[in-house]
Design a protein around this ligand. Structure first.
Ligand code: AMP
Ligand code: MG
Length: 267
């Protein structure tokens, strides 16, 4: 999965990154969906071990353009994990109280504790994405945030958090199709906002803002992965594999049993 990882220090040009390939999987959509079920079981077992060991904290950041598939990723990649020990934190437009504080205030409060996996559905990266695209704060202010973010993530990593960040990369044509699907299906209308069309008009500005974030904040302790996300089944497979590989790399173990358990009799 290394091919999707942004090497620290490289400059990302998103037009050079694939959106629709399924290059690392030898099979079609049907086979891909089946393969995900096996990965779901594997992830479930690793998550139980993580929770039992109670040592590592896992932070997974999901960012994407509108319709990029954050919700679907959460639903399918984490299907089957024990909700006790896994939490989703969604970051919406900041409230008045949140706006009265620095932009990391609300974020830090929702980071994972020991043994926990937290999935950020949007994140502190909005503060260099939507904020930058819409001039919500002056450039001199958001410009400094890349460094704050690297330092913040370094602090989390130093204190025992493993961070993985995914950018779900879709093409502009794919976004059009997904928006049209939402319009055509009454059950998807709740997901459609006319504002999304205004955001779509700023597609190039968003791509540029993502490129800056991906280039400047992919680090050894908190790498970005750029996931081809036009095919949902392939997106799920790749993300699942990266999460599983990362958890395996922690060399976790169940805590040692109390001494003398072999002599215990339950009466
Ligand atoms: P959704 O994910 O569709 O529920 O939309 C959440 C909305 O909140 C999106 O339009 C985001 O751009 C917006 N949002 C999230 N974080 C921020 C932020 N820090 N500043 C401004 N808008 C934000
Ligand atoms: Mg939305």
């Amino acid at each position: 999965m290394d091919r999707y990882r942004v090497e620290p220090g490289t400059t990302v040009d998103l037009s050079q990154w694939e959106t629709s390939s399924s290059a690392t999987f030898d099979g079609d959509k049907r086979a891909g969906k089946k393969a995900l079920l096996a990965l779901n079981d594997e992830l479930e077992a690793l998550q139980e071990l993580l929770y039992a060991e109670g040592k590592h904290k896992i932070l997974i950041v999901l960012q994407a353009t509108d319709t990029g598939g954050k919700d679907g990723t959460i639903r399918h990649v984490f299907d089957g994990v024990n909700p006790q020990g896994v939490r989703v934190a969604s970051f919406k437009k900041p409230t008045e109280i949140e706006l009265d504080h620095d932009y990391l205030w609300r974020v830090h409060a929702r980071t994972p504790g020991s043994g926990e996996i937290v999935i950020f559905n949007r994140s502190h990266y909005e503060d260099v994405l939507v904020v930058r695209v819409h001039d919500l704060v002056p450039p001199a202010r958001w410009e400094k945030r890349y460094e704050h973010i690297n330092n913040f993530e370094q602090l989390l990593a130093d204190e025992g958090t493993t961070i993985i960040k995914f950018f779900l990369h879709i093409s502009k044509d794919e976004q059009k199709e997904r928006l049209e699907e939402r319009l055509a299906d009454p059950k998807k209308h709740w997901k459609f906002s006319k504002g999304d069309l205004g955001e779509r008009e700023r597609w190039d500005d968003y791509q540029a803002a993502f490129e800056a974030a991906l280039s400047r904040t992919s680090t050894e302790h908190a790498p970005w992965y750029i996931i081809p996300a036009d095919r949902k089944w392939y997106r799920n497979l790749v993300i699942s594999k990266v999460v599983i590989d990362t958890l395996k790399g922690l060399n976790m173990a169940y805590p040692a049993a109390e001494d003398g358990l072999e002599d215990v009799i339950v009466v």
